[in-house]
Ligand binder design. Structure first.
Ligand code: NAP
Length: 251
């Protein structure tokens, strides 16, 4: 069977994998959900939009003669990871995950680890705080019940629907972010609490380091449990698994 790889995208790691396969002339397609208007595919061979659930995805895999799937979706993109896993079982296609390590709490960090957005919300029944709500767009609705707080949001593009809390500021900015800027940001908005997903990786880690330095507490939302497939952190290991690793390709 000819190698033809489906990358479940939505992360910079997925894009780097796509770019690497492209350089090596290996057949691949990277799939994006299409949630944002500007897709940073950088000329990669892509498809955009949902597959329509597990069964339709397995049909898509077959019709497109996919030989391998690499799930490089975000660690919090639980649904697509589950769907890809189930579709691969149905279609008998091997699947692995390309991900990043979760952030690890140190002695200098003041984190309260919670299991879900709901659990994070339940901790907010306090007098008014200035909160950096660093959780992306999809789950800010959880926090509408506590309008007494000021919320600082950071999004990669304008929100289509305005949040239903009165006191907020929305920055439009795309990572990777850096420590000095994040320290300035937290000081500028007098942030006294951060709510973050434990996304892991380098791109958004500066806010965690900034909080450490400024001794700002973080409510840290743990990652969801994803299907039990082989996980790789390094691109080289995925390439080896795909059988297309070569040291003279400079990867
Ligand atoms: P999700 O809840 O796991 O998926 C919901 C549905 O969206 C899926 O069932 C699928 O629709 C579609 N979908 C998601 N990712 C897709 C992809 N890469 N290609 C094709 N369809 C996809 O996803 P999410 O959390 O909303 O995230 C959406 C995308 O943004 C993902 O690609 C993810 O990698 C990226 N992202 C997510 C986060 C986050 O915190 N969740 C952060 C950064 C980037 P069908 O059932 O119709 O196939």
């Amino acid at each position: 069977m000819i190698t033809n790889i489906l990358i479940i995208g939505g992360t910079s790691q997925g894009n780097v994998l796509g770019k690497t396969l492209q350089t090596q002339n290996i057949n691949y397609v990277i799939s994006y959900a299409g949630r944002v208007n500007i897709i940073h595919s950088k000329g990669l061979n892509n498809r955009i939009g949902g597959f329509g659930g597990i069964i339709k995805m397995s049909v898509w895999l077959k019709n497109n003669k996919i030989s391998h799937v690499v799930d490089a979706s975000h660690p919090f993109a639980e649904q697509i990871s589950n769907n890809a896993y189930e579709a691969c079982i149905i279609s008998q296609i091997p699947i692995v995950r390309l991900t990043r390590n979760a952030w690890i709490q140190t002695e200098e960090d003041n984190w309260q680890n919670v299991n879900s957005f709901q659990d994070a919300k339940n901790l907010l029944n306090i007098t008014n705080s200035k909160i950096f709500l660093a959780i992306g767009r999809l789950n800010i609705k959880f926090f509408y019940t506590f309008p007494q707080h000021f919320y600082l949001l950071r999004m990669i593009e304008e929100l289509k629907v305005k949040p239903d809390f009165p006191n907020y500021h929305c920055l439009i900015s795309r990572g990777p972010f850096n420590l000095d800027d994040d320290i300035s940001l937290l000081k500028k908005f007098k942030i006294d609490l951060i709510i973050s997903k434990n996304a892991g990786g380098d791109g958004a880690f500066s806010k965690i380091k900034a909080a450490r330095q400024l001794k700002i507490p973080i409510i840290m939302i743990k990652r969801p449990i994803l299907p039990n497939v082989k996980e790789f952190i390094f691109l080289d290991d995925v390439l080896k698994w795909l059988g297309c690793y070569s040291t003279d390709l400079g990867v």
